[in-house]
Design a protein around this ligand. Structure first.
Ligand code: PLP
Length: 390
C-alpha cells in the first residue's frame, strides 16, 4: 500500500519499543525492573477520582464545547495565574485529550513548508517528529552536559534564520531533568522578541522540581502573546491514563486550534475535565508528598549510578529521569540497553531515542519504588563488567 510522504517523516517513542522487549522477557518468566516508561507510579489523588465519579453521576457524559468546559478553562486560567504568574482569560485556554494533541494543533496552525522549528536535542521526540510531519524543517538546539543540559541562549540566537518560526522549550526537561534558570530564560525571551518568533513552552514537569525556581517564559515581558503554554494532568497529578492536557494560547490561534479539535476529536471527555478542574483547584499536599518521594529516589539513583565504574550522572533538577553518561563503556546506547535488559533484567532507554545528542547516555525513569531502584542498581553493577560492545 502506498503511504503518504508525510508518514515517512513521523517518528515514534522508543519507550514503547523497550516496553515490548521487556514484556517479551516477562512472558518467558523473567523478572524485569521497569525504568523505561515515563509515568508516575503513584495513584491519582482520591479527591480527583471522586470528582470524576460525581461528574459521571451528574450526567457529564455527553459532548461538550470543543475548546473545553467553562469549569476547567476557568480553573486552568486560575492555575496559570497562581503557579506561573501568567494572567490569561479563560477564553484563551484549550483543553485536549492529553497534552500531545496541542503539539499537533499548534504546529498545524502555525508552521508549514519553508518554516524552521528549533527543538532541544536531546529532547522529547515528538517535537521533531511533529514539526517534520507538518512540513517544517526541524533544527536541533544541542543541550550539552557541560552546560548542565541547558540550552545556550547564544547558540539559540545563532540558529535563528529568517525562516525560523517557533522554538520548543521544555523545563524541567525530559530526558535530562535540567531546568532553565531566570537569567537564561530572559536571554531566550530576548532572542524570541527580537526575531519575532513563537515559543512552545512544554511545562508538563513544572511541579516536579527539587528546589529550582520554575520560570515560565510566558510570564516574561511581552511573551504571553508569543507563547503556547502547555501543561496537563499526566505528570503533576499522576493521571497519564486519563488523557487530559490544556494550554494557554495566543488569542489568534484559539479559533484555528478549536477548529482542529472539532475536526479530529470533537471534544475531551466531560467527566475527565471535571476531575481535572478538581485537581487544579484542589489541595496540594498529595503533590508535595509525591515530589518528596521522588526526591528520595533521585538521591538513591544518582548516588547509585555515580558509584558504578564507567558511569557518571548529573543531579537532575526536575522531572523523574536520570540521564547518566555511559560513553566510557563504548558501544551504542542501544547495545547497552539490550545488554542490561537481558543480563540485569533492568529496562532502560537509550539516550539517542531523544535525538542524536543523546548518544552516549541512558535515560532511567525513577518513577519506581526505592526497593526496586536499589535492586536495579545492584543488578547493573553486578553485570556491567561483562558488557562487551559488539
Ligand atoms: N511533554 C513531555 C515533555 C512529556 O514527557 C510527555 C509525556 O511523556 C508529554 C508532553 C505528553 O504528556 P500527555 O500524557 O499529557 O500527552
Amino acid at each position: 500500500m502506498r503511504l503518504t510522504d508525510r508518514m515517512g517523516r513521523l517518528g515514534t517513542e522508543s519507550a514503547f519499543e523497550v516496553l515490548g522487549m521487556a514484556r517479551a522477557l516477562e512472558a518467558e518468566g523473567r523478572k524485569v525492573i521497569h525504568l523505561e516508561i515515563g509515568e508516575p507510579d503513584f495513584d491519582t489523588p482520591a479527591h480527583v477520582s471522586e470528582a470524576a465519579a460525581r461528574a459521571i453521576q451528574a450526567g457529564f457524559t455527553h459532548y461538550c464545547p470543543a475548546p473545553g468546559l467553562p469549569e476547567l478553562r476557568e480553573a486552568a486560567a486560575r492555575y496559570f495565574a497562581r503557579t506561573r504568574d501568567v494572567e490569561v482569560p479563560a477564553e484563551r485556554i484549550v483543553v485536549t485529550p492529553g497534552s500531545k494533541p496541542i503539539m499537533f494543533y499548534a504546529l498545524l496552525a502555525l508552521c508549514q513548508e519553508g518554516d524552521e522549528v528549533i527543538y532541544p536535542d536531546p529532547g522529547f521526540p515528538m517535537y521533531e517528529s511533529i514539526a517534520a510531519f507538518v512540513g517544517a524543517t526541524p533544527i536541533p538546539l544541542p543541550l550539552r552536559e557541560e552546560r548542565g543540559f541547558r540550552p545556550d541562549p547564544d547558540e539559540l540566537a545563532s540558529l535563528v534564520t529568517d525562516r525560523t518560526r517557533m522554538v520548543f522549550l521544555n523545563s524541567p526537561h525530559n530526558p535530562c531533568g535540567s531546568a532553565i534558570g531566570r537569567e537564561d530564560m530572559e536571554r531566550i525571551a530576548d532572542v524570541v522578541r527580537e526575531r519575532d518568533l513563537y515559543v512552545f513552552s512544554d511545562e508538563m514537569y513544572w511541579a516536579i522540581r527539587y528546589g529550582a525556581e520554575h520560570v515560565s517564559i510566558a510570564s516574561l515581558r511581552g511573551m504571553r502573546d508569543r507563547t503556547i503554554l502547555l501543561d496537563g494532568c499526566s505528570k503533576t497529578f499522576a493521571m497519564t491514563g486519563w488523557r487530559l492536557g490544556f494550554a494557554a494560547l495566543p488569542q489568534a490561534i484559539v479559533e484555528p486550534v478549536t477548529r482542529l479539535v472539532i475536526n479530529s476529536v470533537s471534544c475531551t471527555a466531560a467527566f475527565t475535565q471535571m476531575a481535572a478542574a478538581a485537581a487544579l483547584d484542589g489541595p496540594w499536599e498529595p503533590i508535595e508528598e509525591m515530589v518528596a518521594r521522588f526526591r528520595r529516589r533521585r538521591a538513591v539513583i544518582v548516588d547509585g549510578l555515580n558509584a558504578i565504574g564507567g558511569l557518571t550522572c548529573l543531579e537532575p533538577e526536575g522531572a523523574f529521569y536520570a540521564f547518566p553518561n555511559v560513553k566510557a563503556l563504548g558501544g551504542t546506547g542501544r547495545d547497552l540497553v539490550r545488554y542490561l535488559l537481558e543480563e540485569a533484567g533492568v529496562a532502560t532507554l537509550w539516550g539517542s531515542a531523544f535525538g542524536p545528542g543523546g548518544e552516549g547516555y541512558l535515560r532511567l525513569s525513577y518513577a519506581n519504588s526505592e526497593e526496586n531502584l536499589r535492586a536495579a542498581l545492584e543488578a547493573i553493577e553486578a553485570t556491567l563488567p561483562g558488557f562487551r560492545p559488539p
